[in-house]
Design a protein around this ligand. Structure first.
Ligand code: HEC
Length: 146
């Protein structure tokens, strides 16, 4: 099928479905948190070791709710794996953290009902992603001026 003839030979089914695919793609794009995420897949901003508000909040939330099992700065502990060595995709991260996970005898309860975690899950991801990418070192980060 040549490119020029492609339009004429497009099936009626495709003509129906194609516009809605485009609309759906656009609509799901707007669900993302910011334009930056869409283009780069990065949730954090780090400049000279200082982080944006979201990433800083993620640092705080992580150390409030996760570090006692996953270790300070995401490096892991005897209770649970490191999160900075192989960070899951944002979709899997949300599912796992909200729904919980079991690995052999080790169990992590889901955080869907935790008001200190559930609303800030993408912030926590931003912090861990910055750590996993090597963009941010260990310890409390500085904050970027607004
Ligand atoms: C009570 C201990 C505990 C706490 C608190 C905890 N986790 Fe977990 N987490 C685990 C265990 C155990 C597993 C499953 C086994 C493993 O990966 O070590 C796990 C698994 C995970 C996984 C999947 C890792 C993988 O490689 O499959 C992610 C992501 C995760 N936790 C994130 C978090 C985040 C984010 C928080 C804080 C909101 C948190 N966890 C708090 C114990 C905990």
């Amino acid at each position: 099928m040549s490119l020029q003839r492609g339009r004429q030979t497009m099936s009626p089914w495709l003509q129906l479905i194609l516009p809605s695919v485009v609309v759906f793609t656009l609509a799901s794009g707007f669900g993302a948190s910011s334009q930056d995420d869409l283009t780069t897949g990065k949730f954090y901003k780090v400049v000279n070791g200082k982080v944006d508000a979201r990433t800083y909040n993620g640092f705080r939330r992580y150390h409030g709710g996760c570090s006692h099992c996953h270790g300070p700065d995401g490096v892991g502990s005897t209770f649970a794996s490191a999160l900075v060595d192989r960070l899951p995709s944002i979709e899997l991260f949300r599912l796992t953290v909200l729904g919980g996970q079991r690995s052999g005898a080790s169990v992590m309860q889901g955080f869907a009902d935790d008001p200190n975690v559930a609303p800030y899950i993408d912030d926590i991801y931003a912090y861990l992603q910055a750590r996993a990418d090597g963009a941010l070192g260990r310890g409390r980060p500085g904050r970027l001026e607004r």
